[in-house]
Unconditional design. Structure first.
Length: 424
């Protein structure tokens, strides 16, 4: 049996640029949050007495890592080495220059994968043979299919692990530049575990073998909400992998949903803000967390009065709440950062269906050749069109093409609409 910590995307040195705060104390706390999360990760590895730690890229937020960030990383790795824990790590797209730079010397227990795909072998504390294969980025973008270059599972090893910083192939040349891979190409190599990095959301890809993104260790905006941390993994021969998510940060981005009652003016709205803050504060106290909060007001389409009040006073009420906390409470356990307004989705959908239906009806209407012609009259008055198009307009195939293209355009608009919803 082997046990290890798999983390990625430490992004040491990352600023929280998108966080609105005038408060210096909060600002400095946020600067320290990533560092604290990293050291908690080290504590967990030591307390859990793991065999080794895997760090799958983007260790620094900067392309090469400032000396200060290098010191931070080294300090963590030194502590692991003192506890007799090996570290295997690589650099990703964010810190690709770290490969090319002078770097502080790491302890012997640390293996940094070079730019070439490399396999290291060692014997675990349980006297089992472990092989780990990986590589580092030496440039920001890598379009090559690196998975294809990985060696097949090393038969003599009890466990063979792959480390990979990258993203599943999207099938779009403008997106596929983070070592695009497919799940099948990883599965086919026959490894026992894939330690991935790059995607900041913690997830296990559906496959015959665990292909795991632990996510980043500290969120920096509201698209990175909720707990952040690493995976504590146990592999035993002939048994399914045990993967436990361990939280490493207590600064979390948090969304508090609010259903508004019918409000009777700005006083009522102010009370809602205050009440919501108190509610989040209770949650934060119970969980022992710092919640960087977004108030998410859920309205229905008919709720125009509340919407108007929010649009008019929301920003100022938020400022007022922050001012109060900065000056009186001076604690940041439920700090309100921003608010959002969400209109009921089922109603949105109803509107959209109606819209689509109307479009389709129009489309059907113009299938009538007389209407089609009438619509094109204005075009025919132009001599260019007469010259190039008149013959074709009478052609049935041409008409069908126009219909089809119109329909495609309509489909396109619905697709965009759906994508927008998902992004939310
Ligand atoms: Mn990253």
């Amino acid at each position: 049996m082997i046990r290890f910590i798999h983390a990625a995307d430490l992004h040491l040195g990352q600023p929280m640029k998108k966080i609105k705060t005038q408060n210096k104390k909060l600002y400095h706390s946020l600067l320290k949050a990533t560092e604290e999360s990293f050291f908690r990760l080290i504590d967990i590895a030591i307390n859990e007495k793991v065999d080794f730690v895997l760090l799958a890229g983007d260790l620094y937020d900067n392309p090469k890592g400032s000396l200060q960030e290098q010191f931070l990383l080294k300090q963590g790795l030194d502590r692991l080495a003192q506890a007799n824990i090996k570290t295997f790590m690589l650099f990703g797209n964010h810190d690709h220059l770290a490969m090319a730079q002078d770097h502080l010397r790491f302890p012997e227990e640390v293996t940094v994968f070079p730019r070439e795909i490399t396999t290291v072998h060692f014997t675990s504390k349980s006297k089992e043979e472990v092989a780990i294969t990986g590589f580092s980025y030496d440039q920001r973008w890598i379009r090559e299919d690196m998975a294809r270059k990985f060696p097949k599972r090393f038969d003599k090893a009890d466990y063979h692990l792959g480390m990979f910083h990258g993203q599943e192939r999207q099938g779009r040349s403008d997106k596929d530049h983070y070592c695009p891979f497919t799940r099948t190409s990883l599965e086919e190599l026959g490894y026992d575990y894939w330690a991935l990095g790059h995607i900041h959301k913690s997830q296990i890809l559906q496959a015959r073998v665990p292909i795991v993104y632990p996510g980043n260790i500290q969120g920096t905006h509201f698209k990175e909400k909720g707990p952040k941390g690493a995976c504590l993994v146990t592999l035993s021969k002939g048994r399914e992998a045990e993967i436990e998510f361990v939280e490493t940060t207590d600064w979390q981005f948090y969304e508090q949903p609010i259903k508004l009652p019918l409000l009777d003016g700005v006083d009522d709205l102010r009370e809602v803000f205050e009440r919501t803050y108190q509610e989040v504060k209770r949650t934060a106290e119970e969980e022992g967390l710092h919640l960087l909060t977004q108030f998410c007001f859920q309205l229905s389409l008919t709720d125009k009065d509340n919407l108007l009040l929010l649009k008019r006073y929301g920003e100022e009420l938020m400022d007022q709440l922050r001012w109060q906390i900065d000056n009186k409470d001076n604690n940041f356990i439920a700090y309100p950062i921003t608010y959002s307004i969400e209109v009921d989705r089922s109603e949105q959908k109803r509107v959209s269906n109606l819209y689509q239906q109307a479009l389709l009806e129009k489309w059907q209407e113009y299938k009538d050749p007389a209407k089609f012609e009438a619509l094109l009259q204005a075009l025919f008055r132009h001599y260019h069109w007469q010259r190039y198009l008149k013959k074709e307009v009478d052609d049935e195939q041409f008409q069908e093409d126009v219909y089809q293209q119109a329909l495609n355009k309509m489909d396109l608009s619905t697709t965009n609409y759906r994508q927008k919803q998902w992004r939310d």
